[in-house]
Design a protein around this ligand. Structure first.
Ligand code: NAP
Length: 313
C-alpha cells in the first residue's frame, strides 16, 4: 500500500502536533482539519502540512476532507465533557462517521487513538465510550480498510496536560492533598507514540492490530507527583487521600469552571493504566524514560494563569 497523503483529525492537539511533524519529516503530506485554525498555527510552518477549518462531525465535510487521501489518523479525544453526550460524540459517533467516510471515499488505511483501560464495561463514561469507539473501528477492519488501534498509557512530553499540571500547581501548595494516590501508570513519551503511528502507516504487519503503548516503568500517581516536585526543587508534603476523600475531592473539583479533575476521571483512575508487555517489537523503538525527558521541560513551568490572577486580585 503506497501512502503519501494523510488526513490527521485532532492533529492540532498535544499528540497531534508530534504525529504531524514526524509525518512531515518522513515526507508525507498532512491535511489537518481544525475547529479553530489559530490554535493550530504552530503547524503552519511545516512544509508539507495544510491546515483547514472544518467541522469533522459533519459527514459531508468528512468526505470532502478524505477525498484523495491515502490514510486517515483519528486522534480526537476529550477527558472532560462540557455537556452530557460529549464523550459519546467524540469517542463513538465520530469514529463511526470516520469509518463511513473512509469507505465512501475509498481511503484504505485508518489509524485510531484509543487509551489503556478503554472497555465497553469500563467504570467511567470515558473508558466505556473509548472502548465502544475502539471496538467499532476494529470491527471495520477488512479487505478495503486496514485498521490499526493504539492504546497508550498516560502520555508525557513538552506541553502535556498531566505532569505539567502538577508542575504548575505544586509551587502554590506546601501541602498537596492527592486523590487516587495509588492509581498506577506507565507513562509513555509522546515522541515514541508519534513514531509508532508513523511506522505503522505503511506496515502490513500492523494491519488489523491493537497495540498497547507504555514507557519502561510503572509509577503510582503519588510517585509521579513527588517526582515533579523533586524536578522543580520543591520540598512538598504530598498527602495521600483515602478513597472516600478522593471521590469527594473529584466531585468538588468537578463543580469548578476550570476542569482539573471530575468524578468520571476519579472512576477512570480506578483502573491501572499499565501494559501487560513491553513496547511492541514491530516498531523497533526503545521507549524513552520519564526521568530522562521530563526534567528537560518541567523545570521551567510557570503556575497556571488562574492562580496568578487570583493572587493579583
Ligand atoms: N494525552 C494523554 O495522556 C493520552 C493518553 C491516552 C490516550 N490519549 C488520547 O490521545 C488523543 C490525543 O490526545 P491529546 O493529549 O493530544 O489531547 P488534546 O491535546 O486535547 O488534543 C485533542 C485534539 O482533538 C480535537 N478535539 C477534541 N474534541 C473535539 C471535538 N469535539 N471535535 C473536534 N475535534 C476535537 C482537539 O481540537 P482543538 O485543537 O480544536 O481543541 C485537538 O486537536 C485523544 O484521543 C486522547 O484520548 C491521550
Amino acid at each position: 500500500m503506497e501512502i503519501k497523503k494523510v488526513c490527521v483529525l485532532g492533529g492540532g492537539g498535544f499528540v497531534g502536533r508530534h504525529v504531524v511533524s514526524q509525518l512531515c519529516e518522513r515526507g508525507y503530506e498532512a491535511l489537518v482539519p481544525c475547529r479553530n485554525i489559530n490554535r493550530a498555527k504552530h503547524l503552519a510552518v511545516l512544509p508539507t502540512v495544510s491546515l483547514v477549518e472544518a467541522d469533522v462531525h459533519d459527514p459531508e465535510a468528512l468526505k470532502r476532507l478524505f477525498e484523495g487521501m491515502d490514510a486517515v489518523i483519528n486522534l480526537v479525544g476529550i477527558l472532560h465533557e462540557k455537556k452530557r453526550g460529549d464523550f459519546q460524540r467524540a469517542h463513538v459517533e465520530l469514529p463511526r462517521k470516520v469509518v463511513d467516510a473512509c469507505r465512501a471515499t475509498g481511503v484504505k488505511r485508518l489509524l485510531h487513538m484509543s487509551a489503556l483501560g478503554a472497555s465497553p464495561d469500563g467504570l467511567s463514561r470515558y473508558q466505556r465510550s473509548k472502548g465502544e469507539g475502539e471496538a467499532l473501528v476494529l470491527a471495520a477492519h477488512g479487505e478495503n480498510l486496514a485498521v490499526t488501534v493504539f492504546r497508550p498509557s498516560v502520555i508525557f512530553g513538552p506541553e502535556d496536560s498531566f505532569l505539567n499540571l502538577f508542575a504548575r500547581l505544586l509551587p502554590w501548595a506546601p501541602v498537596f492533598p492527592l486523590g487516587s494516590p495509588h492509581a498506577r501508570f506507565q507513562p509513555v513519551y509522546v515522541g515514541d507514540v508519534a513514531q509508532a503511528y508513523v511506522a505503522s502507516l505503511g506496515n502490513p504487519a500492523t494491519f488489523g492490530k491493537c497495540y498497547e503503548l507504555c514507557g519502561p516503568k510503572v509509577y503510582t500517581l503519588q510517585q509521579l507527583v513527588e517526582f515533579v516536585a523533586r524536578v522543580k526543587g520543591l520540598r512538598r508534603l504530598v498527602l495521600p487521600l483515602g478513597d472516600g476523600m478522593s471521590a469527594l475531592q473529584a466531585w468538588f473539583f468537578g463543580l469548578l469552571p476550570i476542569k482539573l479533575l471530575t468524578h468520571d476521571n476519579y472512576l477512570t483512575l480506578k483502573t491501572d493504566a499499565v501494559c501487560g508487555c513491553s513496547f511492541p517489537e514491530v516498531f523497533n523503538i526503545q521507549p524513552v524514560a520519564l526521568e530522562v525527558e521530563a526534567p528537560l521541560y518541567l523545570a521551567d513551568i510557570a503556575p497556571p494563569r488562574f492562580i496568578s490572577e487570583h493572587r493579583d486580585r
